[in-house]
Design a protein around this ligand. Structure first.
Ligand code: NDP
Ligand code: MG
Length: 388
């Protein structure tokens, strides 16, 4: 029996993790459960999975759920609460599916505690990949990818000669606006941006897919997870999202993982690795029905965020922290109707230009850089709204 601490339990990945647990009650149990403020979604899940510990965003949410739950569930909140959930002594594995760079500290705490980590929260690796990987090496904690592209690469590396890897190729669906020209994006609405052709995901990552920042974040994530230089990480538009990513070897063999788009598969693989389990709730891929798969070069001018991410990754130091935090702030502003879709990219670019790089930031420097980048974006938005 694998006992799980699940952060972001009410989110898209969180709920799908619970669906995997639900299919295999003899294999998995939920020990600790963290969410933000969606009490309505959380309560039935807490009653169903009966975690020992529940962590929520703040004190007022904690008060709200206290009356609804039996005294046997310990309720904690805030930053400390999420860390307590991540390192719960009765759990074997942490699934980190919280949204954004607030996932960093619980990841670091779980590494220190020697937990195996299934990492969906890519912002953790983008904002502080050097710290996370260094500490994981020191403690021996295993970090397993949940992101579908990275799971595909991880699966394509099994049993292979790692020194013979010549290239990683990340596939990208192209997001909600794949077939539109840049000029056609001027007046797009939030609802338009959230209409992803292949995947049903949380709002932030769906917007990131539409700007291709998601692929940029994933390039940096792949750099850290697999220790590959940026010159050896490529991206390709693949509109069907069937080939989830590929590894090229020195003999020019390409090994890939395929399947219908479903996050249940990578989530379950992170939980069962190196074994596999049946997964009845997913459908079998029928190649004859699919017929044709398409691959297309990414137009970097059409999707400037991808270039920004490569550049921030190559420059390194605190630049990826700024990239991530500025993007989180800009996407949040778009999702709350304060800026237009096409404002996201220039805001991230301006934040990167404004920043003085710190070569090897420690945790405090990362937190400060993250805070300042968000402040910069907010200030720019305010200036613009005042017509400045
Ligand atoms: P969602 O927005 O659907 O869910 C986010 C989760 O984080 C919710 O449970 C939310 O709680 C919780 N949360 C947010 N803020 C806090 C906080 N301050 N304290 C505690 N919990 C908090 O996101 P996704 O599931 O889409 O994405 C989660 C992560 O997984 C992201 O890093 C994303 O990039 C990554 N990922 C997602 C994929 C997908 O298919 N969705 C695919 C690959 C990676 P609440 O809603 O209750 O406030
Ligand atoms: Mg992905």
């Amino acid at each position: 029996m694998k006992r799980i601490s699940l952060l972001g339990a009410t989110g898209s990945i969180g709920r799908q993790t619970l669906a995997v647990v639900r299919e295999h009650p003899d294999q998995f149990a939920i020990t600790a459960f963290a969410f933000g403020e969606n009490v309505e979604a959380a309560l039935p899940l807490i009653r169903e999975f009966k975690p020992i510990l529940v962590s929520v965003k703040n004190k007022s949410v904690a008060e709200r759920i206290k009356n609804e739950l039996s005294g046997r569930t310990k309720i904690v909140y805030g930053r400390e609460g999420m860390i307590e959930a991540a390192v719960h002594p009765d759990s074997d594995v942490l699934i980190n599916a919280v949204l954004g760079s607030i996932g960093l500290e619980p990841t670091l705490a779980a590494i220190e505690a020697g937990k195996t980590i299934g990492l969906a929260n890519k912002e953790t690796l983008v904002t502080a990949g050097h710290l996370v990987m260094e500490r994981a090496r020191q403690s021996g904690a295993e970090i397993l990818p949940v992101d579908s592209e990275h799971s595909a690469i991880f699966q394509s590396l099994q049993g292979q000669d790692r020194s013979a890897v010549s290239r990683l190729i990340l596939t990208a669906s192209g997001g909600s606006f794949r077939d539109r020209r840049r000029e056609e994006l001027a007046g797009v609405t939030i609802a338009d941006a959230l209409r992803h052709p292949n995947w049903s995901m949380g709002a932030k990552i769906t917007v990131d897919s539409a700007t291709l920042m998601n692929k940029g974040l994933e390039v940096i994530e792949a750099h850290w997870l697999f220790g590959m230089s940026y010159d050896k990480i490529d991206t390709v538009i693949h509109k069907e999202s069937i080939v989830h990513s590929l590894v090229e070897y020195t003999d020019h063999s390409l090994i890939a993982q395929l399947g219908l788009p479903s996050m249940l598969v990578p989530i379950q693989y992170a939980l069962t690795y190196p074994k596999r389990l049946e997964l009845k709730q997913t459908k079998r891929l029928n190649l004859e029905e699919i017929g044709t798969l398409h691959f297309q070069k990414v137009d970097k001018r059409r999707f400037p965020c991808l270039s920004l991410a490569y550049e921030a990754g190559r420059t390194g130091g605190s630049m990826p922290t700024v990239l991530n935090a500025a993007n989180e702030a800009a996407v949040e502003a778009f999702l709350s109707g304060r800026i237009a879709f096409l404002d996201i990219e220039p805001l991230v670019e301006a934040a990167l230009e404004h920043h003085q790089r710190i070569k090897k930031p420690d945790l405090r420097a990362i937190e400060e850089t993250d805070r300042l980048a968000r402040y910069f974006v907010e200030t720019e938005i305010e200036k613009k709204s005042r017509g400045g």
